[in-house]
Design a protein around this ligand. Structure first.
Ligand SMILES: *[C@@H]1O[C@H](CO)[C@@H](O)[C@H](O)[C@H]1NC(C)=O
Ligand SMILES: *[C@@H]1O[C@H](CO)[C@@H](O)[C@H](O)[C@H]1NC(C)=O
Ligand SMILES: *[C@@H]1O[C@H](CO)[C@@H](O)[C@H](O)[C@H]1NC(C)=O
Ligand SMILES: *[C@@H]1O[C@H](CO)[C@@H](O)[C@H](O)[C@H]1NC(C)=O
Ligand SMILES: *[C@@H]1O[C@H](CO)[C@@H](O)[C@H](O)[C@H]1NC(C)=O
Length: 538
């Protein structure tokens, strides 16, 4: 493999050097027009990843300068383009390849006055497994993975979800107080060495890259001695006596106190990972709540204990409820929000994507109608999670999985969702480690044997959307004359307009974007592609 990689590198470098000589005199376009820096590797038909190793690792690059009215177009396709960059300027295009004959055309007319929800943020999860995989890489490459996600040269994520203790994506089941049975005051609560090895260094790096990083804590399971099942993984609730509810609240308070001592403060927390799903499965870290017991826990235990420890809800920490499948939301929220005192403590609804395929879009509308003051955030998603339907947990370079990410995010955004958080940021080629053998896929796969990592299509789906929609970007209304493609339109705080288009079909489409950039922008949308058009609103 080495000579081939070297050859590709030499080619890439010479290409880059060739382009350095572009002085802009014979073109209105920047020198990177038409550039795509991915070091491709093919794993099967239509299965490309971009490889990063210790001799070559590219960046997505900073957001383009749009001040002179240039519109930038990024394309990623099933056939192997990865974030290829081109420009349209005064009706001229930097594209050098010939246009394709097609019968399909499509106009997106942007409605600048129609403003919808604003963006809260995009991110990934600092699981133990992410850190375990990063530590397999040489430090420079590990840092590059975090850069890929959190730096302005990469996607520029603004959110990190942090598990409170272990999850199934750890090398063993554990909590922060396993050994001291009935330590109800949580006196012997101690962070694990996993925090110091696998989470904190990477969270700190992300904080350095983004000074406004929002951290969201989610707990999977309390210590076994607090649960009705006396087991971290077996289905169970908190033991029924009130003292266990208080104790679980103290555990959260200790977590925020200990992380603060390490220099890490949080934006908020969820009320606990998958309180419903943990009733259905019984094979990894979980804690089941009924809607009524969750309401009481929040109001009578969590809020007072957090306040006592210096983290009052709303003021210091925001609380998101549910953190489970949207399909069950309607049955749940009435109980939680029906109580005024509880409602006033809660800032939003966190949901997971796993049952979205059976969740009609009117659920989003109802949530907005009933709880207009609440954030709606997708807090967990991954591919390869379906037990029998996904025999291969990781499918390197799979386009369909990237398409599913983009399709879900665009649909969420078009239905009022404020943010979207991915699950593990890096896994190994088998989709782990996972102590409960519940392996899945991830946008970045680390190959420790080779000291290299692979960016999958899912990574580029996140990039095409999250990179262009910083917090406080506002979704705009639009009119499309063709219903076939998935797309969404946003205006950023610095007055750029981003149009993100996913076409799942095998057709080329002539697209016109009207009423966004002054002059209409036309572009041929490639078959099986994701396109982002980005320029100054005028
Ligand atoms: C799409 O654009 C191409 C190239 O400009 C043109 O030849 C073709 O007629 C267009 N098709 C439609 C349906 O507008
Ligand atoms: C990682 O490997 C590269 C290439 O071998 C080397 O230049 C770099 O110094 C290494 N980084 C660390 C932190 O060891
Ligand atoms: C905390 O741990 C210490 C040392 O193991 C032990 O002596 C003490 O009893 C524990 N406290 C509780 C409340 O379990
Ligand atoms: C990981 O690297 C090793 C060593 O180069 C190689 O044999 C193996 O095929 C790689 N695995 C994947 C999934 O590419
Ligand atoms: C784009 O893809 C969708 C599938 O999402 C398909 O239904 C549609 O026909 C495609 N659009 C065009 C214009 O071909």
């Amino acid at each position: 493999m080495v000579p081939l990689i070297l050859l590709i590198n030499v080619l890439t470098w010479s290409l880059a050097i060739g382009q350095d000589t572009c002085d802009g005199t014979n073109s209105v376009f920047p020198c990177d027009a038409g550039q795509d820096t991915c070091m491709r590797r093919k794993y099967g038909k239509d299965q490309y990843v971009c490889v990063c190793d210790s001799s070559y690792c590219d960046d997505l690059g900073p957001l383009p300068d749009t001040s002179d009215g240039k519109v930038t177009i990024y394309e990623t396709t099933r056939d192997g383009l990865r974030f290829r960059k081109n420009y349209v300027y005064k009706g001229q295009s930097s594209l050098t390849e010939p246009t394709v004959k097609t019968k399909k055309k499509f106009t997106i007319k942007v409605k600048r006055d129609e403003k919808h929800q604003s963006i809260w943020g995009f991110g990934g999860a600092f699981t133990d497994s992410t850190g375990i995989n990063l530590r397999y890489l040489n430090d420079t490459l590990a840092a590059h993975v975090i850069n890929d996600y959190y730096s302005p040269q990469g996607i520029g994520y603004s959110v990190g979800r942090v598990p409170v203790g272990g999850t199934d994506f750890s090398d063993r089941p554990y909590t922060y107080n396993d050994d001291h049975v009935d330590d109800l005051e949580q006196t012997n609560f101690t962070l694990a060495q996993d925090d110091d090895l696998y989470k904190i260094p990477y969270i700190k790096q992300a904080q350095k890259l983004n000074g406004n990083l929002k951290l969201l804590a989610s707990a999977w399971s309390p210590p076994a001695w607090m649960k009705s099942s006396n087991s971290i993984s077996k289905r169970g609730t908190l033991k029924s006596s009130d003292v266990y509810y208080k104790s679980w609240a103290k555990y959260y308070a200790k977590f925020f106190t200990e992380y603060k001592k390490k220099g890490i403060e949080f934006w908020g927390l969820t009320s606990g990972n998958e309180p419903v799903a943990s009733y259905i499965h019984s094979s990894f870290n979980g804690l089941t709540f009924t809607p009524g017991s969750l309401r009481d826990f929040i109001r009578d235990s969590l809020a007072p204990e957090l306040a006592k420890a210096g983290f009052p809800l709303q003021e210091k920490l925001k609380l998101l409820v549910l953190d489970d499948q949207l399909a069950v939301v309607l049955a749940w929220l009435g109980k939680v929000y029906g109580d005024e005192a509880t409602h006033s403590l809660v800032s939003g609804i966190a949901f997971h994507w796993y049952l979205n395929f059976m969740t009609p879009n009117f659920v989003y509308s109802l949530i907005h109608k009933w709880y207009p003051d609440q954030l709606l955030i997708s807090t967990e998603a991954c591919e390869g999670y379906r037990m029998i339907l996904d025999p291969h947990k990781v499918i390197l370079g799979d386009w369909g999985r990237g398409e599913n990410y983009a399709s879900d995010i665009i649909n969420d955004l078009n239905h009022g969702v404020h943010g979207w958080i991915d699950w593990n940021m890096a896994l190994d080629p088998s989709g782990g480690p996972n102590w409960a053998d519940n392996k899945v896929d991830s946008p970045i796969i680390v190959n420790k044997t080779a000291n290299e990592y692979y960016r999958q299509p899912m990574f580029y789906s996140m990039a095409h959307i999250a990179k262009f929609l910083p917090p406080n970007s506002v979704r705009l209304g639009s009119k499309g004359s063709h219903g076939g493609v998935d797309y969404t339109v946003f205006q950023t705080p610095d007055n750029n307009i981003a149009v993100i288009i996913l076409n799942k079909s095998k057709d080329t489409i002539n697209l016109t974007v009207a009423a966004a950039y002054g002059k209409d922008v036309t572009w041929q949308i490639k078959p099986k592609s994701l396109t982002t058009i980005y320029g100054k609103a005028s």
